[in-house]
Design a protein around this ligand. Structure first.
Ligand code: FEO
Length: 400
């Protein structure tokens, strides 16, 4: 997409990534894609804020050249050195030899490790400003949102916040850069998926950041992934607060059911359990972990207070893809959930014990369970339905 002038002299010069299938090698973006937003600020001096992945360097250069003579860049601001934002750095630097690199003290160290850059950059601390002549760039450090060197860049005169990974989302910008031109619920889902996949592990730093910027006047948020928010800035901050609240235990009165099944025995139980939950009018999301990527399951686990897990026993243990989803939830600090378990086993069992072991450090409270041998009987299915209904009642009445 061609560059877009967002404010007088401020341009989006980002690139869409239609190629990468797994972001960070972990998170599925097969359906969503992702974009790397880079910005140009043209004042008396010109600054380029954040870059793109290395394989899209040529495209990024074309974008920049559409707006300015790349050799005339005065500053390259590195809000974050992760290669999705700085992978293009070494080639851009060659084309912009007089551009001064700007970043935090930790950026200086990390540039050596990632890009072999060992000369002194312009180091900035929290609250420092850089003059572009007739505008200032102010830097707001946000350690661990997402890496220790991460920071935001703020333009006080425009009240424009280049927020890097914070407030970012998966998704491409195929025809427009502004959030208000896309379906808001879809954006919410993709921003939530990005939040829980990428930054939820750092919930305290995110919480500190929200407090830190709460009195900063912002008219526009320009993250490094996903659309630019010229409307709905408050809503975006509210979403973040809601998700943090969910992470700290104030989750919704709703249930996520994750299951896997080898020969449809556990799957038949799943249907009965689901019927029980729905009979109590409690919202339910069902995921077959063998078919749905974990990046799509984690948002539901984060937002909802109840988790029901259905798993067959596999080699005396929890079914591996089920265990993997729970380990991811632990990694993302999705703690303090009410949980129920069901499943079918062939002879000795073991899945439930494996489940209990996994959830202990996460402070998930197992309240209900049901295991059957082989194919569930009619009575087993009735018990499964009762388990679902009973668990749904617990979720409705659980203390907040
Ligand atoms: Fe978008 Fe932490 O990189």
């Amino acid at each position: 997409m061609l560059p877009v002038e967002m404010m007088p002299g401020v341009y989006w010069v980002g690139v869409n990534d239609y190629i990468t299938q797994m972001f960070e090698g972990l998170w599925s973006i097969k359906q969503s894609g992702i974009c790397y937003n880079s910005y140009l600020v043209r004042r008396t001096k010109t600054a380029l804020i954040d870059l793109a992945k290395s394989f899209q360097t040529e495209e990024l250069i074309t974008q920049i050249k559409t707006v300015v003579d790349i050799g005339m860049l005065d500053y390259i601001v590195l809000n974050h050195v992760e290669p999705d934002h700085a992978g293009a750095l070494n080639i851009i630097r060659q084309l912009a030899p007089k551009a001064v690199l700007v970043g935090s003290k930790i950026t200086q160290k990390m540039l050596k490790a990632f890009y072999g850059i060992d000369f002194d950059i312009h180091v900035v601390s929290d609250g420092d400003e850089l003059s572009l002549g007739d505008s200032q760039l102010r830097f707001i450090t946000m350690p661990f949102v997402h890496w220790p060197e991460s920071m935001m860049t703020y333009m006080p005169d425009e009240q424009l916040l280049f927020s890097n990974d914070a407030f970012g989302g998966y998704g491409l910008l195929p025809g427009a850069i502004y959030a208000d031109l896309y379906d808001i619920e879809h954006l919410r889902q993709e921003n939530l998926r990005y939040f829980v996949n990428i930054v939820a592990h750092y919930e305290k730093p995110v919480s500190k950041l929200l407090a830190k910027i709460s009195d900063v006047p912002v008219r526009m948020i320009a993250p490094s992934h996903g659309p630019i928010w010229r409307e709905g800035v408050t809503r975006l901050a509210c979403w973040y607060q809601e998700w943090l609240d969910c992470a700290s235990g104030k989750a919704q009165e709703a249930v996520t059911l994750i299951y896997a099944s080898m020969y449809q025995n556990t799957e038949r139980m799943m249907e009965a359990v689901a019927q029980g939950v729905v009979s109590q009018k409690v919202p339910l999301n069902v995921f077959n972990v063998s078919n749905v990527h974990v990046s799509y399951i984690l948002p539901s686990l984060l937002e909802r207070g109840g988790v029901i897990v259905g798993s067959p026993t596999y080699e005396g243990e929890l079914f591996p893809p089920v265990a993997e989803v729970i380990r991811y939830a632990a990694e993302k600090k999705i703690h303090h959930r009410k949980a129920a378990f069901f499943g079918s086993y062939g002879w000795g069992g073991g899945a439930k014990d494996g489940f209990v072991c996994l959830i202990k450090p996460m402070a998930w409270e197992l309240t209900d369970s049901l295991e059957v041998t082989g194919a569930p009987t009619e009575q087993d299915l009735q018990r499964a339905e009762r388990l679902g209904a009973q668990f749904a009642q617990r979720i409705k009445t659980s203390e907040k």
